[in-house]
Design a protein around this ligand. Structure first.
Ligand code: SAH
Length: 213
């Protein structure tokens, strides 16, 4: 099996570290995880390039820098309970698990859910829990969460996700009134108070659901 370690080293050096991400836990996770195993064999050569990669069903695995930036902003520490909406390939979930989180991830497309479930199980990620559902409803049975990351873009911040965010807690979500054009919003809850920060323009696939498109 091809390893492509040198492709990963180059990816981390030129796309992530060079753009200012210094978080060694994030850099090490992305060096370690074989990103090419999260896409179809025919696309493996593209897996370390500076752009998103198609994963079927009109969905994409995010660009490496986007994964690194969001994971860095999320400030995940070992033992945290993290909810991810939009399992997709399972790559982002694997990065979170490498940081020591207990990961709960929800996907709405049955085929993607099933492929990711088998892939992550084969890789031995016992601390990633997957659910097939509309993730805009969150995962109430497993709440509260220390961190919530949404890897698809919707028109609003889903109220159920805010309700399931712990205190202290951080929620990251691309929000935008037009499809494929969002701003990356961070919501923090601290001592019962919510505050919001805007991290600029991003372009994610649609968040589809009762609190999405
Ligand atoms: N984090 C993923 C990126 C996947 S792209 C990765 O690492 O590969 C976004 C994913 O969000 C797609 O798979 C899409 O089907 C899913 N999605 C969109 N709306 C959703 C919803 N309401 N609930 C759960 N998943 C959703």
């Amino acid at each position: 099996m091809v390893d492509l370690r040198r492709n990963r080293e180059r990816m981390v050096r030129t796309q992530i570290a060079a753009r200012g991400i210094r978080n060694t836990a994030v850099l090490n996770a992305m060096l370690k995880i074989k990103r090419h195993l999260f896409v179809d064999e025919a696309l493996q050569a593209q897996a370390y390039q500076d752009h998103p990669v198609p994963i079927g069903y009109k969905q994409t695995l995010s660009q490496p820098y986007t994964v690194a930036l969001m994971t860095d902003l999320l400030d995940v520490r070992p033992g945290m309970r993290v909810l991810e909406i939009g399992t997709g390939s399972g790559y982002q979930a694997a990065v979170l698990a490498e940081l020591g989180a207990e990961v709960y991830t929800v996907e709405r497309i049955p085929e993607l859910h099933e492929i990711a479930r088998r892939r992550l199980q084969d890789m031995g990620y016992a601390r990633i829990h997957l659910k097939l559902d509309d993730g805009t409803l969150g995962w109430p049975e497993r709440a509260p969460f220390d961190r919530i990351i949404v890897t698809a873009g919707g028109p609003e911040i889903p109220a159920p996700l805010l309700a399931q965010l712990g205190d202290p807690g951080v929620l990251l979500i691309p929000v935008g009134g037009a499809k494929r054009t969002q701003e990356l919003i961070m919501v923090q809850r601290q001592n019962g108070t919510l505050s919001e920060e805007n991290y600029g323009n991003v372009a994610f696939v649609d968040l589809v659901g009762s609190h999405g498109w």
